[in-house]
Design a protein around this ligand. Structure first.
Ligand SMILES: NC(=O)C1=CN([C@@H]2O[C@H](COP(=O)(O)OP(=O)(O)OC[C@H]3O[C@@H](n4cnc5c(N)ncnc54)[C@H](O)[C@@H]3O)[C@@H](O)[C@H]2O)C=CC1
Ligand SMILES: O=C(O)CCC(=O)C(=O)O
Length: 524
């Protein structure tokens, strides 16, 4: 008998296929109530309340799959699950509409002060003049993050007669045009919007995205909404901008710490809040429970799942053969994604020499996963990378060549953006490591590791010295430096490996040097 623990409240209708299966026992209890039996469950289904920590995974010795009825997997230690060989799946689109509608409900409530008016009338007051709002019609809505939820919010905003401006560095023009929105830079959005709503994942790049610097660029009287993840709008900065009257009102469904406890933001009359209710509708809960229940059933029947967000077990044999290229490809994907920080349409990969004879599917997926990681909300890995690339309109192809072109093996990557193309070639040298031997049209030779700094400049005497002096003056130690040029006196590049990450201000300083065209921080 297969045993499934459903640890958080989940729709019975969604769970029906599992409940109806006579070979499955479904136990609907909290983890704390089945401590003695934890090692007897094959599957664990959760929403966001249960924290699937490494300790819990250690106790659930028989566990094979964790199903998250929702999008974000912040409550699951996916790395630990992968290490323990536990497949993690989620339900990426079952709650999209609910969250978009909740965002809209928050927007309307915010500008019409409905929660405040509701409390006032319930307190037996009748103070109509205290609750004069503003219309949504004709207002400029800024949407940061234009994925599943962001695009549904846009459709609703247009129906309300709003002007919609979108910032998403990974959005292709074709997709934006299909929905009919104004695609702009973050600065343009901040300057134009009367109301800003965020719909990105919480990542290194989006944490504090609306912090002191960017909030200062918004219109005085702006309204802000966060129904994505706490921390995308920095809570401390929000307090300052509410106190000085710059921000007219805020709607929050999510917090940096949940529950937020006695948070100072809760004392502002113009801050309205809900307890992470974006996905809390009957329909969304049926959708997400149905999706994970079906997937768990498929998995338990030994068939491949489609919404897995961590690694399947590779056979040891195949893994040993591809491991080195799998790591090189991941690093190349990460580098290319950072270099091409713009929408891309196609990724072409050519395997040459000995690597061309291997099982390259996983190598390609590893490269795609590295490329997509900074761009998507849910965890992306070899299992779901191809599906996500397709979903985002990024085509990818593989070519093979027996000739290694001066190398025993090489992987050549070409990324096609809307306005530019980027190429890179990497090789793995046994007992030596990974090397990038071609970067953006320049022959070069560097290890794709650590804190890298790419500088494209004119080949003139003194350039290396100028860069070295600035870094030295700021106590940034250069570990290695590789240079390359197309012709004497022509375009040239430096790739520096630094002992610590570079501040953005230093990047700006380097950009000011005459004869330097491009400065990019790259982190692997
Ligand atoms: N409040 C709630 O109950 C719920 C919250 N969520 C949260 O909503 C968020 C969005 O979810 P989905 O739309 O399903 O995800 P998605 O992956 O479809 O969309 C995220 C979008 O953000 C964009 N993005 C990534 N980094 C960015 C950056 N630095 N700047 C601007 N855009 C960036 C991506 O290109 C992508 O288009 C997630 O954080 C998710 O966890 C999702 C469901 C329910
Ligand atoms: O399960 C829930 O209610 C939270 C949903 C959510 O935040 C998500 O799906 O990312």
């Amino acid at each position: 008998m297969v045993r499934i623990l459903v640890a958080d409240a989940m729709s019975e209708e969604g769970l029906a296929p599992l409940l109806a299966d006579p070979t499955i026992e479904v136990v609907q209890k909290k983890v704390g109530d089945v401590e003695d039996e934890l090692d007897q469950f094959d599957a664990l289904l959760v929403r966001s309340a249960t924290k699937v920590t490494e300790q819990l995974l250690q106790k659930m010795k028989n566990l094979k799959i964790v199903g998250r009825a929702g999008v974000g997997v912040d409550n699951i230690d996916v790395d630990a699950a992968t290490r323990y060989g536990v497949v993690v799946i989620n339900a990426p689109n079952g709650n999209t509409i609910s969250t978009a509608e909740h965002t809209f409900a928050m927007m309307a409530s915010l500008v019409r002060r409905i929660p405040q008016a509701h409390i006032s009338v319930k307190s037996r007051e009748w103070n109509r003049s205290a609750f004069v709002g503003v219309e949504l019609f004709g207002k400029h809505l800024g949407i940061i993050g234009f994925g599943r939820i962001g695009s549904e919010v846009a459709k609703r905003a247009r129906a309300f007669g709003m002007h919609v401006h979108v910032y998403d560095p990974f959005l292709t023009k074709a997709r934006a045009e299909k929905i009919g929105v104004d695609v702009c830079t973050l600065d343009e959005l901040l300057a134009k919007a009367d109301i800003i709503t965020v719909h990105t994942p919480l990542t290194k790049e989006t944490k504090g995205l609306l912090g002191p610097k960017n909030l200062a660029k918004t219109k005085k009287g702006v309204y802000l909404i966060n129904c994505a993840r706490g921390g995308i709008i920095d809570e401390q900065s929000l307090i300052s901008f509410l106190e000085n009257g710059h921000v007219a009102g805020v709607a929050l469904d999510v917090f940096e710490q949940e529950p937020p406890g006695d948070h100072p933001l809760l004392s502002f009359d113009n801050v309205i809040v809900t307890p992470h209710l974006g996905a809390s509708t009957v329909e969304a809960q049926v959708n997400v429970a149905t999706q994970v229940a079906q997937e768990v059933l498929t998995f338990l029947q030994g068939k491949p799942v489609t919404s897995s967000i961590n690694l399947p077990t590779l056979s040891k044999d195949v893994y040993e053969k591809i491991q080195a290229f799998y790591t090189l490809a991941r690093k190349m994907g990460i580098l290319a994604s950072q270099y091409m920080s713009e929408p891309v349409q196609e990724i072409a990969i050519t395997y040459s020499g000995s690597v061309a004879d291997l099982e390259t599917t996983f190598i390609t997926r590893s490269l795609l996963a590295g490329f997509l990681k900074p761009r998507v909300a849910s965890t992306v890995n070899e299992v779901n990378a191809a599906m996500i690339a397709k979903e985002r309109g990024i085509a990818f192809s593989e070519k093979f060549s027996a000739n290694g072109n001066d190398y025993n093996n090489s992987i050549t990557l070409t990324v096609y953006g809307e306005n530019k193309t980027f190429t890179m070639k990497g090789t793995h040298i046994a007992h030596y490591g990974d090397r990038i031997v071609h970067f953006n049209g320049f022959a070069i030779d560097f290890a794709p590791e650590g804190h890298l700094l790419y500088i494209q400049h004119h080949d003139k005497p003194g350039m290396i010295g100028k860069v070295g002096n600035i870094l030295g003056d700021h106590q940034v130690n250069i570990a290695t430096m590789q240079v390359g040029r197309q012709e004497v006196g022509g375009k040239a590049i430096m790739m520096l490996s630094l002992d610590k990450p570079l501040d953005d201000t230093l990047v700006e300083t380097l950009e000011q040097i005459s004869d330097i065209d491009v400065v990019k921080k790259l982190e692997v």
